[in-house]
Every structure is written in structure tokens, then in C-alpha cells.
Design a protein. Structure first.
Length: 66
């Protein structure tokens, strides 16, 4: 049995199948932008925390600082 696909027409809005993909790509771009903005916002704090961690001994500190 052969399945026929409906032809695309201007009456149905053209590319109806790609609208979901476009929405997903827009959401992914928005989420990526938010993650990047948060990372750039928190970068000075992360650098400060890394410096404190290194001064406290880093991995070598072991059990000295709970």
C-alpha cells in the first residue's frame, strides 16, 4: 500500500513542518544566550573563589579544611 503525502500549498501556510524545529532552535539559542550571560556575570566571583581555593591548598589540602 502506497502512502501519499499531502502537497504543500499556500493555503496551508507553506512550511508547517519546520515551525516546531524553528521554535526549538529559538529556544536553544535563548537558553545558550542566558547561560553565556550568567557565566560572564559570575566570572569575577568564580575567579575570586578559585584564588581563595588555591590559597587554602587546593587538592593538596585534603582533610585540613572541611
Amino acid at each position: 500500500m502506497k502512502v501519499q503525502r499531502a502537497r504543500w500549498s499556500a493555503a496551508t501556510g507553506g512550511r508547517t513542518g519546520t515551525s516546531g524545529q524553528r521554535v526549538l532552535m529559538a529556544e536553544a539559542a535563548l537558553a545558550g544566550g542566558l547561560v553565556l550571560a550568567l557565566l560572564l556575570w559570575e566570572l569575577p566571583s568564580l575567579r575570586r573563589e578559585a584564588r581563595i581555593w588555591r590559597m587554602a591548598g587546593g587538592f593538596r589540602a585534603g582533610h585540613r579544611y572541611p
